[in-house]
Design a protein around this ligand. Structure first.
Ligand code: NAD
Length: 294
C-alpha cells in the first residue's frame, strides 16, 4: 500500500480520494475547504494544514484542482511543492488545465528530478465515485509505470498519451469531439422530429447506420428516448455546460497555439458559450438540444 497526499477534494477529488482510502492506501488530504477535509477525515484520511505538510515524504502526490493557475501555484515557485519534494515522490495532476501549464510543471519537475504526469480524467462525478474513470497521462514511461499502480484504484482505463502535456491535449481533443457529435446528434434528432419521425425510432436507425456515435448510444439528448440519460431527467448533470465551456476554451487554446483550423470546434465553443449565457451553465451539456428548439 502506498502513502498518498491528495490535494483538492471537490466533486471529483473527494470521491477519488475516497476510493484510495477504500483500497487501503494511507491518504493525507488538503483542501482550502475545511468542510471537504472534515468529510475525508470521517472516511479515515489524515488532514494536513497545507499542501506542503500533506506531501512531505509520500510516495504519490495527486491533485484535482479547478484550473491551471491553481496547479501552477501549488507546484511552481519557491513555495511550490516541487521545491520541497524528494525524487522518490511521483506527482500526478488529474485536473483539467491548459496544456502549456502542464508542460511547464512537467519541465520544472524534470529539472528537480521528480516524476510528473498530467493525468486528466474522462468521466464525471459518478465515474469518480464508482472508480471507473479513464486517465489520459502525459509524462515519461518510467513515471507512467508508477502512475498506473495508483490510478488503477480510481479508474478503469489508463492511457499513456505521450510526453508532459499530452494528457491535457488528449482530453481537449476528446471533449471537442464530444461537443461536436452531441450538437450534431441534437440537430439530426430535431430535424427528424420536426418532420414527423419518432426520435426513439430515428435513434435506432442512426445507431444501426453510419451516424452512430457515443452521444446517441449512451447519452441520448432527446427527452424520453433513454431513461438513464440526463435528457430524461430534466437535464440534471451529468456533465455541466460550465465544464464543457471550460474544456472547449482549453481546446481552442491548443488549436490556436498549433495553427489548426478547427472550424467545428470553434463553432461548438460559441454555441456552448451562448447556451451557458442563457442560464444553462449548471445543466447537463446535452441540454444544448433546447438551444436548437428555441
Ligand atoms: P470542484 O470545484 O468541485 O473542486 C475543486 C476543489 O479544489 C475545491 O474543493 C477547492 O476548495 C479546492 N481547491 C482550490 N484551490 C486549491 C488549492 N490551492 N489548494 C487546495 N485545494 C484547492 O471541482 P471538480 O468538479 O472536483 O473538478 C476538479 C477538476 O476536475 C477540474 O479541473 C475539472 O475541470 C475536472 N473535471 C471535472 C469533472 C466533473 O464532472 N466535475 C469531470 C472531469 C474533469
Amino acid at each position: 500500500m502506498a502513502t498518498v497526499a491528495f490535494i483538492g477534494l471537490g466533486n471529483m477529488g473527494g470521491p477519488m480520494a475516497g476510493n484510495l482510502l477504500a483500497a487501503g492506501h494511507a491518504v493525507t488530504v488538503f483542501d482550502l475547504s475545511s468542510e471537504a477535509c472534515a468529510h475525508m477525515r470521517d472516511l479515515g484520511a489524515r488532514v494536513a494544514e497545507s499542501a506542503q505538510q500533506a506531501a512531505a515524504g509520500v510516495d504519490y502526490v495527486i491533485s484535482m484542482l479547478p484550473a491551471g493557475k491553481h496547479v501552477a501555484a501549488t507546484y511552481l515557485g519557491e513555495d511550490g511543492l516541487l521545491a520541497a519534494l524528494d525524487s522518490t515522490t511521483t506527482v500526478l495532476d488529474c485536473s483539467t488545465i491548459d496544456a502549456e501549464t502542464a508542460r511547464s510543471v512537467g519541465a520544472a519537475a524534470a529539472e528537480a528530478g521528480i516524476g510528473f504526469m498530467d493525468s486528466p480524467v474522462s468521466g464525471g462525478v459518478a465515474a469518480a465515485a464508482a472508480g471507473t474513470l479513464a486517465f489520459m497521462c502525459g509524462g515519461d514511461a518510467a513515471t507512467f509505470d508508477k502512475a498506473k499502480l495508483i490510478l488503477a484504484d480510481m479508474g478503469r482505463n489508463i492511457f499513456h498519451a505521450g510526453p508532459a502535456g499530452a494528457g491535457q491535449v488528449a482530453k481537449a481533443c476528446n471533449n471537442m469531439l464530444l461537443a461536436i457529435h452531441m450538437i450534431g446528434s441534437c440537430e439530426a434528432l430535431e430535424m427528424g422530429a420536426r418532420n414527423g419521425l419518432d426520435p426513439a425510432v430515428l435513434s435506432q436507425i442512426m445507431l444501426a447506420s453510419s451516424g452512430r456515435n457515443w452521444s446517441l448510444e449512451v447519452y441520448n439528448p432527446y427527452p424520453g428516448v433513454m431513461d438513464s440519460a440526463p435528457a430524461s431527467n430534466g437535464y440534471k448533470p451529468g456533465f455541466m455546460v460550465d465544464l464543457m465551456v471550460k474544456d472547449l476554451g482549453l481546446a481552442q487554446q491548443i488549436a490556436q497555439g498549433s495553427h489548426v483550423d478547427n472550424a467545428l470546434g470553434q463553432l461548438a465553443s460559441q454555441l456552448y458559450e451562448r447556451h451557458q449565457q442563457a442560464g444553462n451553465g449548471q445543466r447537463d451539456f446535452s441540454s444544448i438540444l433546447e438551444a436548437l428548439q428555441s
